[in-house]
Design a protein around this ligand. Structure first.
Ligand code: TXA
Ligand code: MG
Length: 321
């Protein structure tokens, strides 16, 4: 399946495919999604099938306008409105009490639904033109690296999808932050593209971080092994810890590593050590390293602040065997 450049014509065709029960991969600012009409349970089932995703892992529903929240969600707590005012459209998913009309396959039978409003203009136009909220996980086979380009989607899911819209590389590069609200208090289920510090500043109260807890079924995306390349990943503090062996070792460096001649392949996330740039390059760099025929990928730690939390979360799960 060749990606098609996103323009008014291709977006209109993609929307028609969605309305007729098809599945379409589309760009968002975080990663590429694989979408189906959220109220079409059969189309949503095709998304699970294409990804080989277990049915207990719920999908995020994407909307283009605030009024669309009302068709998905029973009530929106004040704190959620505050966060919506601050961060939508953008990389923040809110887990809210769902309406009974939302198909159980979307929410994996949970009483809640994850909703977000993506900031990418192509995603926005596609959802509007479809005339329905769009349920979409990341467009990768279950457990594998998320796609940040249309070519990643094409290489990973190829003919399993009806269309791939190419809107360029995803600017944020890691999935949305996922937040639920429990008794009025914010709880982080997945660190992502919206830094925890910013969420806390807007909320005005501390956020409880449950992103490291592996309790099922509420937090299926929090399985220990996830976001994994085929090549084994080892997390290291500095590039000097690795590479004295005869194996073909790749280096995922945070900033410019200086002399890294002993590595068979080196990818630098951000030469200047900028965490936003590092997040934006993370999955592309891992895709490159995974294609390089290496025995091992040594991934250098990044500071756990801002988008660094999401990066370390993905690296830990990628390294879990
Ligand atoms: O940035 C993103 O969030 C991307 C783009 C495409 O929007 N989507 C994404 O979807 O990362 P996915 O399926 O790879 O991850 C969705 C995760 C699930 O694994 C689950 O952990 C969480 O969202 N989730 C969805 N609905 C939930 C719910 N009702 N309660 C708790 N967690 C939920
Ligand atoms: Mg995913």
């Amino acid at each position: 399946m060749r990606p098609e450049p996103a323009n008014a014509g291709s977006i209109a065709r993609a929307a028609r495919i969605l309305r007729e029960g098809g599945i379409v991969s589309f760009p968002t600012e975080t990663v590429y999604g694989l979408g189906a009409c959220a109220f079409d349970a059969r189309a949503v089932a095709r998304v699970f099938e294409a990804k080989e995703r277990p049915a207990f892992d719920p999908l995020i529903v994407h909307i283009a306008r605030r009024e669309d929240l009302a068709v998905l969600v029973q009530n929106v707590p004040d704190l959620a409105w505050k966060l919506i005012d601050n961060f939508w459209p953008g990389p923040l998913t809110l887990v809210l009490p769902r309406r009974d009309t939302v198909p159980g396959i979307v929410t994996a039978g949970l009483p809640t639904v994850g909703v977000r409003m993506p900031a990418h203009p192509v995603a926005h136009a596609l959802i509007l033109e479809t005339g329905s909220p769009v349920a979409a996980p990341s467009a990768n086979p279950f457990g594998y690296l998320s796609p940040t380009t249309a070519d990643h989607v094409s290489a990973q899911l190829g003919d399993r999808v009806d269309m791939i819209l190419d809107g360029g590389p995803s600017a944020v590069g890691v999935e949305s932050s996922i937040l639920k609200i429990e008794d009025g208090a914010p709880v982080l289920l997945r660190p992502g593209g919206m830094p925890l510090e910013e969420i806390e500043r807007a909320a005005g109260i501390p956020v409880r971080d449950e992103s490291g807890v592996h309790a099922l079924p509420e937090a299926p995306g929090q399985m220990e092994s996830h976001y994994s390349p085929h090549t084994p990943v080892r997390i290291i503090k500095s590039a000097t810890e690795c590479g004295e062996t005869s194996s073909r070792c790749g280096l995922l460096a945070f900033r410019d590593p200086g002399d890294a001649g002993r590595f068979a392949r080196v990818e630098v996330l951000s030469p200047t050590g900028d965490l936003c740039e590092a997040a934006a390059r993370l999955f592309s760099a891992l895709h490159e390293l995974d294609r390089a025929g290496l025995d091992e990928i040594c991934a250098q730690e990044v500071p756990e602040e801002g988008l660094g939390r999401a990066i370390m979360n993905r690296l830990r799960r990628a390294s879990f065997r």
